[in-house]
Design a protein around this ligand. Structure first.
Ligand code: HEM
Ligand code: NAG
Ligand code: NAG
Ligand code: NAG
Length: 508
């Protein structure tokens, strides 16, 4: 339940609160039974402590109220101090164990012999499809994950996509300086979508991209919706949009299939995700080669549009927000990037992706942004069997929320966690076991395959932004609920600047 995380919660909570009586009764009944069982087990093992709150609604309201506040982590903190690092509660009508412990989170992410499967609400599963990479577990997920991960990490792709990102960012930023006010949240979204579509299926700016974007937006709305499939309802509309979306994608896949001969396939590297999947299918790589390869590939491409679509623009938007509020960090970022630019100009070399990845302060800024932003505040899993982790028993059938935000905002791990301090990453340099205590991209078996690309994309964006433009941000606030967003979509005013290296940023 990672991407839309809190969103789903609210909405499922909404369903429970608003829905018809039978729904309530059904929920109520199953919970009763479960609770008795838990009672029995508690006696012999250590189910985490905690309160299940009110019948049915449990502690949902407190959870949501904290989500709307400026410190969403309060809900966890309060229970953590009462019951310990791992505790149980009841949100959205499901008893759930919340872990705020970095090591327990790690075990959950590692998946412990296929114990923990993703747990999504029904409407999501329906929209994603039963075989989506996001909801499946086991060999198919592993295979797809490895395939896509290897492609996203390949130097060939990075080289190509660096040029594409530079071009998109360049055009986008140039257009910003002509607008009186730019809402960063909306504008970065257009840009990252363009890049994502390029990455997945090499479609460039134009009519196809626009239609694709429209349909995709319609589709994704349903990911936060009430799971009733009748004409006119959100889910119905979203499913229809998905059909149209798949149709568009299918056309692209089909053209590609026809255009690629065996020799091309063997001699040239894959250019995008369509290539990767088509090759896999035609190699008969998977033991269960799908009978409808076109449908299969198109479906996978559409699913892969989901995880990158909202996370990327949010990361960029919050980076701009944090930098606007921290002129000293911004000045240092400008300095590093101007120095880099000057070096490139002097040597006359082209920028390459490894250059962008080696800008150390820029990556401090990116890490710090991801730590504080908590775009994905945790992942939801369901235990398929009883598991014991660090002395806690997680009984079969329970949901587990591995809360990343609790770890990222833990003052025992990060000194002054609410302070935007990119320099802390110099001090940490691997010592705080950053693998365990810093998991914006998840970890283990489902570690985000887009990790490096995301960092590359943000670096390029920041580089061009701070070396060519200056901006002034209007007052705005971060809201974490249902998903992380800027309340006013972060309005800024952008102006081009002629910077020479080492000139500090102007006042804010
Ligand atoms: C800043 C941006 C991003 C963040 C914070 C992020 C975060 C995450 C996290 C936490 C997961 C793990 C979910 C889980 O364990 O259930 C994940 C999975 C995934 N991400 Fe990302 N992501 C980002 C960008 C992207 C991009 C740009 C793409 C693709 C182009 C992408 C593709 C995926 C895919 C396909 C998965 C599923 C992997 C699997 O289940 O095997 N992500 N991401
Ligand atoms: C990128 O350029 C730098 C120096 O200009 C060089 O050292 C490095 O090997 C290049 N990396 C790639 C992947 O081409
Ligand atoms: C950012 O965090 C990652 C851990 O996910 C770490 O490996 C990397 O060194 C950090 N980057 C910087 C510049 O500190
Ligand atoms: C972190 O880096 C600093 C200097 O760059 C070094 O003095 C220190 O020993 C490093 N710490 C660890 C734990 O590696």
């Amino acid at each position: 339940m990672d991407y839309w995380v809190a969103g789903f919660l609210v909405l499922t909570a909404g369903i429970i609160l608003r829905s018809r009586l039978w729904f309530r009764l059904r929920k109520w009944k199953t919970r009763d039974g479960e609770e008795e069982e838990q009672e029995k087990e508690t006696k012999k093992a250590m189910i985490p402590k905690g309160s299940l709150g009110w019948p049915v609604i449990g502690e949902t309201l407190a959870f949501i109220a904290c989500g709307y506040s400026s410190r969403p982590v309060t809900f966890m903190d309060k229970r953590k101090s009462l019951y310990g690092n791992v505790f149980k509660t009841n949100i959205i009508g499901t008893p759930i164990i919340i872990s705020t412990d970095a090591e327990v989170n790690k075990v959950v992410l590692q998946n412990h012999g296929n114990t923990f499967v993703p747990a999504y609400p029904k409407s999501i599963t329906e929209l994603l499809g039963e075989n989506s990479i996001l909801s499946i577990n086991g060999p198919h997920q592993k295979r797809l994950h490895t395939l896509i991960g290897a492609f996203f990490r390949s130097p060939h792709l990075k080289e190509r996509i660096t040029r594409d990102i530079e071009a998109s960012v360049g055009l986008t930023l140039a257009s910003w300086s002509h607008l009186p006010v730019v809402h960063v949240q909306d504008e970065t979204k257009k840009m990252t979508f363009e890049i994502l579509v390029k990455l997945l299926m090499s479609i460039s700016r134009g009519e196809d991209l626009d239609i694709l974007k429209l349909e995709f937006e319609e589709f994704i709305k349903g990911l936060i919706c009430i799971p009733i499939k009748f004409p006119g309802t959100r889910l119905y509309k979203s499913l229809k949009a998905k059909e149209r979306l798949i149709k568009i994608v299918k056309k692209v896949v089909k053209e590609r299939q026809m255009a690629t001969t065996d020799t091309v396939r063997k001699t040239s590297p894959a250019n995008d995700a369509v290539d990767v999947l088509l090759r896999d299918v035609s190699d008969g790589g998977s033991s269960d080669t799908p009978s409808q390869p076109l449908d299969f590939v198109s479906g996978k491409i559409v699913e892969m549009m989901i995880p990158g679509e909202e996370t990327m623009p949010t990361a960029m938007t919050l980076a701009v927000k944090f930098l606007s509020d921290n002129p000293v960090a911004l000045a240092k970022l400008v300095e590093e990037n101007m120095e880099f630019k000057r070096r490139k100009l002097e040597s006359g070399e082209e920028y390459n992706w490894s250059d962008y990845m080696s800008l150390s302060f820029t990556h401090n800024v990116i890490n710090e942004t991801l730590r504080m932003a908590n775009i994905i505040n945790g992942v939801w899993r369901k235990a398929l069997k009883d598991v014991e982790i660090k002395g806690y028993l997680i009984p079969k059938g329970w949901c587990v929320l591995a809360s990343f935000i609790s770890v990222h905002m833990d003052e025992d791990i990060y000194e002054n966690p609410y302070q935007f301090d990119p320099w802390r990453w110099d001090r940490i340099n691997g010592s705080v076991n950053s693998n365990v205590c810093f998991t914006p991209f998840g970890g283990g078996q489902r570690l985000c395959p887009g990790l490096e690309l995301s960092k590359l994309e943000i670096s390029i964006f920041l580089h061009q932004l701070v070396t060519r433009y200056s901006w002034r941000a209007e007052e705005d606030k971060i809201v974490s609920f249902p998903t992380v967003k800027m309340k006013r979509r972060l309005p800024i005013r952008v102006a081009p600047v002629e910077r020479t290296s080492h000139i500090p940023v102007e006042d804010h």
